[in-house]
Design a protein around this ligand. Structure first.
Ligand code: NAD
Length: 394
């Protein structure tokens, strides 16, 4: 018999909705699962979102106080999908209640929050997962398999970038992402975290970094009431200061000897959601870009140099793709990756299996972020150290 898993979702915004929808889809997508997710309680400070939780998602109840949701006896797992700076207190309460916890990235707004969350969960012995959803893209998993099997030869260079236009409009509202005590750092927490997690997943750890940052739109219109990620103000609206970085770039070395370059921005005009990597090896190269999530570019070094890059289309020959679409080149979408990660986390819980990325892998990401932050001040290369003090052999 499947194990019943009671779920609390804390914050029903973009990702809270995404995970809740995943939970509703899991039974039909994964008939052979070992668990049945039950949407027990949603916590959100906005009344309209609480109403939507019950009416449109079928949560058994919705509350304003997230502590009440975590304390509910019928909740086994807590999904943390509120703005960054709420992650740590929510995780602390989940750990104290002995509940498993899946947190959206980056886990807090600063590296020390992620480390504290990891240490709390470890001390409490609760299972953890973190929402690095792009690691679950079937073609990203295929890229990892190609690299691991030596198809690319030795990896010589990694180029990662996440250039999103979500902040490129200077009338874009001053939402929580731009404010220090709600978001913590800016693009390095928000999207460099995705780029670094992809690089670590695909080719391994980063040893040292040097980088820069910039804030290109220093003021934005203040929202009135609940503001959406893509909300727009008017030129005459009162403005507030952007308190964290819009842009960051980083040079780095990897443990395997490869060099790396990273660029992230929320204000450049042009690339709309270019979460992308290019990986170069002695025998070939790979390139992937979220904007074309169902395509992987593959260059194979052969005697026939006329072949160039070829396009591998997504299809049911790659991990998980067939859960959503049969055959080849019938694309899957962003929320499908969330469904894969949620299913994988809950299946690991139900079967006592391992799960990655956990809070430990989230710490690996902020170890790099901290070295980058250090280099902003020192203006020189900084070594990546493990902020937990654990020796992971890196
Ligand atoms: N993995 C991804 O690709 C991805 C994408 C987007 C966001 N995220 C992460 O998800 C988290 C949420 O981001 P979002 O874009 O969904 O935000 P959002 O602004 O769309 O939603 C946040 C929700 O939290 C609610 N909230 C605020 N304060 C609260 C409180 N005290 N108690 C309960 N609820 C509260 C808000 O009312 C809102 O409904 C962030 O940590 C972000 O980094 C991850």
């Amino acid at each position: 018999m499947n194990r019943r898993i009671g779920v609390a979702v804390l914050g029903l915004g973009w990702m809270g909705e995404g995970h809740s929808r995943s939970m509703l889809r899991i039974p039909s997508l994964f008939p052979n699962r070992s668990f049945d997710p039950v949407l027990v309680v949603c916590a959100d400070t906005e009344e309209a979102r609480r109403e939507r939780a019950v009416r449109d998602f079928g949560f058994e109840r919705a509350v304003a106080d997230w502590r009440e949701a975590i304390a509910s006896d019928d909740v086994d797992v807590v999904w943390v999908t509120a703005p960054n700076m709420l992650h740590l207190p929510m995780i602390e309460a989940a750990c104290a209640a002995g509940k498993a916890v899946f947190s959206e990235k980056p886990i807090g707004g600063k590296p020390e929050h992620t480390v504290a969350a990891y240490e709390m969960a470890k001390a409490a012995g609760v299972r953890t997962g973190v929402g690095y959803n792009y690691l679950w893209a079937p073609l990203v998993m295929h890229a990892r398999n190609l690299i691991a099997s030596g198809e690319l030869g030795e990896i010589t260079h990694y180029r990662g970038r996440f250039v999103s236009m979500y902040g490129s409009d200077k009338l874009g509202l001053l939402t929580w992402r731009f404010i220090l005590d709600q978001a913590g750092y800016g693009v390095t927490s928000d999207i460099l975290s995705h780029s670094v997690s992809l690089a670590q997943y695909l080719i391994g750890d980063i040893t040292d970094v040097v980088g820069m940052r910039n804030t290109t739109i220093p003021q934005r219109p203040l929202p009135t009431g609940a503001a959406s990620h893509y909300g727009r103000g008017r030129p005459e609206d009162p403005k507030g200061a952007v308190e964290n970085e819009d842009f960051a770039s980083m040079l780095c070395n990897f443990e395997n000897g490869a060099t790396g370059t990273f660029e992230v921005s929320r204000t450049l005009v042009g690339p709309e959601s270019q979460n992308a990597f290019e990986i170069y090896g002695t025998k070939g190269a790979l390139a992937w870009n979220l904007e074309k999530m169902n395509e992987l570019q593959y260059y194979r070094l052969t005697d026939d140099i006329s072949s160039g890059y070829t396009t591998i289309y997504g299809g049911d020959r790659f991990p998980f793709h067939g859960v959503f679409s049969p055959g080849q080149a019938n694309p899957i979408g962003l929320e499908d990756l969330v469904a894969i990660e949620d299913y994988s986390f809950l299946e690991a819980l139900a079967t006592d299996g391992t799960f990655s990325p956990s809070f430990r892998e989230a710490v690996d990401v902020v170890n790099v972020q901290q070295a980058l932050i250090n280099s902003w001040d020192s203006k020189t290369w900084e070594t990546v150290t493990d902020l937990t003090g654990e020796n992971r052999g890196n």
